[in-house]
Design a protein around this ligand. Structure first.
Ligand code: AHG
Ligand code: MN
Ligand code: MN
Length: 331
């Protein structure tokens, strides 16, 4: 038994000692997010059973309405944070507007923006899915948060990360001092440090990740880029269709993830605030790069909560190559 068991709390307390300016509030906030991850993971891991139970009608055997897991995950994260006094406001893929903290609770300095369940179309086929979170500091003058607190560029994030509900449940996050991965030990209900200081490998695996069904809708530059990768470039291809799972693989092995714009989605499909920007911070903190195809993704100034952005993310050299070829070929 490894005596040196490092939980998230222990890791963050050690981090606080290294960064005197850090307050215990961030530790407490991340602890609350980890609790939400455990609760969501428990439901995700029995999703198949719930479906069987739920298939008897709209109610399961306990007489509860079978909630969509997206909505369930959304509620779990909201309830884990709304009463803490640490959060000024939130925003979620599942809520049209920004989410204020109820007047009955004190508001705090952090802004938490999240995709409660990413890749949810994969639940029914038991493919890995995730949760993505982005943490900013409140910038508005008022006592309690406002929409402008949510519309900050990715470069202003104080922390970001994801939970991957896969063969094991992992929580991976950065607070600007490297990327650290924790694996849930269900026997004790704790996330334990399993991947300290995650760095993208050099040389990276020559693997690209994109949904090629949309090839005809791409720009000429995008078409030329993918043709180059698979022909002269000698790249392999892997695409899970869960952003968190695709990026986790690229963090560990290297590669290039693309979700390009196309003639139906001029800004692509994935959303800036709670999908692209948080994972861009993680990838860049691990030594990779994240671009819209023409600029650093973390520099995009948001104007709308659910705005979309094209994404080129992964090993630095591959993102640089993508930008160069898109610039040439009328990308
Ligand atoms: P969500 O389930 O939160 O809507 O996200 C799904 C996203 C992302 O996880 C994945 O990369 C992308 O959808 C796949 O889209 P395509 O099916 O168009 O390839
Ligand atoms: Mn998503
Ligand atoms: Mn989602």
């Amino acid at each position: 038994m490894n005596s040196h068991v490092v939980t998230i709390s222990r890791f963050l307390i050690d981090e606080e000692r290294r960064h005197p300016e850090a307050t215990g509030n961030f530790t407490s906030l991340l602890h609350d997010i980890a609790l939400a991850a455990k609760l969501i993971g428990r439901e995700v891991n029995k999703a198949g059973l719930v479906d069987i139970l739920g298939a008897a009608g709209d109610e399961n055997v306990h007489g509860e309405t079978v909630q969509k897991l997206d909505q369930f995950a959304n509620d779990v994260i909201y309830r884990a944070l709304d009463h803490t006094g640490l959060v000024a406001c939130m925003a979620s893929e599942e809520n049209a507007g920004f989410i204020p903290i109820p007047d009955k609770f004190p508001a705090g300095d952090y802004v938490v923006i999240f995709d409660p369940l990413d890749g949810s179309s994969n639940i029914d086929v038991n493919v890995s899915i995730g949760t993505i979170f982005s943490i900013h500091r409140k910038i508005s003058d008022g006592e309690r948060g406002a929409l402008e607190d949510c519309l900050q560029p990715g470069s202003r994030q104080v922390a970001a990360g994801y939970v991957l509900y896969g063969s094991s449940t992992m929580l991976v996050f950065t607070s600007g001092a490297g990327v650290h991965g924790f694996t849930l030990d269900p026997s004790i209900g704790e996330f334990l440090l399993s991947h300290p200081n995650m760095r993208m490998p050099e040389p990276p695996a020559k693997v690209y990740s994109v949904n090629e069904a949309y090839y005809r809708r791409w720009t000429t530059g995008q078409q030329r880029l993918v043709s180059h990768l698979k022909n002269e470039g000698g790249f392999g291809s892997r695409y899970i269709g869960s952003f968190v799972a695709d990026i986790h693989r690229i963090l560990l092995q290297g590669g290039l993830f693309m979700y390009p714009s196309d003639d139906k989605n001029p800004s692509g499909k994935l959303r800036l605030l709670y999908e692209a920007a948080p994972l861009a911070m993680v990838v860049e903190q691990a030594g990779g790069r994240a671009s819209t195809g023409s600029m650093d993704l973390l520099d995009v100034e948001p104007v709308e909560l659910h705005q979309r952005t094209p994404i080129y993310m992964g090993s630095r050299a591959f993102v640089d190559l993508a930008e160069a070829m898109l610039a040439e070929g009328g990308g």
